[in-house]
Design a protein around this ligand. Structure first.
Ligand SMILES: Nc1ncnc2c1ncn2[C@@H]1O[C@H](COP(=O)(O)OP(=O)(O)O)[C@@H](O)[C@H]1O
Ligand SMILES: [Mg+2]
Length: 280
């Protein structure tokens, strides 16, 4: 198709001065292809910028850690077969989450078994698959919630972080329950859970991620679309049992964040069995 068919007001003489024949059959196609390439590049760049803006809000307990699936070494673990299976399961789940999945993943086990590392490998893959991802250490978050009353810049940081926690494609909540105290304390009579301000924040985040933000819900209602839940996916690492997490943050929060589907639960060791046996 020649350029003259593109519905543009063209002055053929002006183009001829630059050696361009507006009646050339292949020109319009080339212009179209070029525009498409430019648009794709522009969208990729915009996505990358957004990814960086969100990732930079990550809250670390003691400095950023980078970990990829290639760093996962099953043979160096106590139980190599189990470690290999966990790695494979995590990789498949990350793929599922990247391709229009609507699922939450929980990784549970004692300290040092590799939960945070494997969860970070999933985030790294999701990032490559163009998802906006965010890391939040629950201990650091609890500290930030306390600090907001003393420092204004902390208050602003928390508001900003909360928005990102509600809206990002995939949120990693690292060490959920670590602010709740020992398992014995959590399960004792009269235990009242995490601090009320942390509980309230966690509920808002869990609810927005599960049901979608108000804006997303309104847009869906207008368009007559039913949102698939969870609208935004969450990966949890924890060394608490789900029952303990319910006592720390409340059942309504935990049911929105934690999957009961065994396919979406990674048990790193037999913590749950051990605790039951020991009667803890
Ligand atoms: N399969 C593995 N391959 C390589 N390093 C591992 C593996 N599992 C754990 N590690 C290393 O062991 C340490 C503890 O792992 P981490 O992910 O922090 O455990 P957790 O979050 O369960 O406490 C880290 O330095 C981590 O890199
Ligand atoms: Mg950890």
């Amino acid at each position: 198709m020649p350029l003259t068919k593109l519905n543009l007001r063209l002055d053929p003489k002006l183009f001829a001065e630059h050696g361009v024949n507006v009646n050339d059959d292949s020109l319009a196609e080339r212009v179209n292809q070029r525009n498409k390439r430019m648009e794709k590049l522009y969208n990729q760049q915009a996505k990358r910028n957004k990814q960086k803006v969100i990732w930079d809000k990550s809250l670390w307990a003691s400095g950023e850690i980078s970990f990829d699936f290639k760093d996962w070494k099953p043979n160096e673990r106590q139980n190599p077969i189990k470690a290999k299976n966990l790695g494979n399961k995590a990789f498949k789940l990350a793929h599922q989450m990247a391709t229009n999945g609507h699922l939450n993943v929980i990784m549970s086990g004692d300290a040092g078994v590799g939960k945070t590392s494997l969860a970070l490998a999933m985030l790294s893959k999701l990032k490559q698959d163009n998802k906006t991802v965010l890391f939040v250490s629950v201990i650091a978050l609890s500290q930030l919630v306390s600090d907001q009353y003393e420092y204004n810049d902390r208050k602003e940081q928390l508001q900003d972080l909360k928005r990102a926690m509600c809206e990002c494609d995939v949120l990693l909540l690292d060490d959920l329950g670590a602010d709740g105290g020992s398992a014995e304390k959590v399960m004792s009579n009269g235990y009242t859970g995490a601090r009320k301000d942390v509980q309230a924040l966690m509920f808002d985040v869990a609810n927005n991620r599960y049901e979608g933000t108000k804006k997303e819900q309104n847009a869906a209602r207008k368009a007559g679309i039913k949102l698939s839940k969870p609208v935004h996916q969450t990966i949890i690492t924890t060394n608490n049992m789900t029952e303990e997490l319910e006592r720390i943050y409340g059942e309504r929060t935990i049911s929105r964040l934690i999957s009961r589907d065994p396919n979406h639960r990674l048990a790193f060791n037999d913590m749950e069995d051990m605790r039951t046996k020991e009667g803890i």
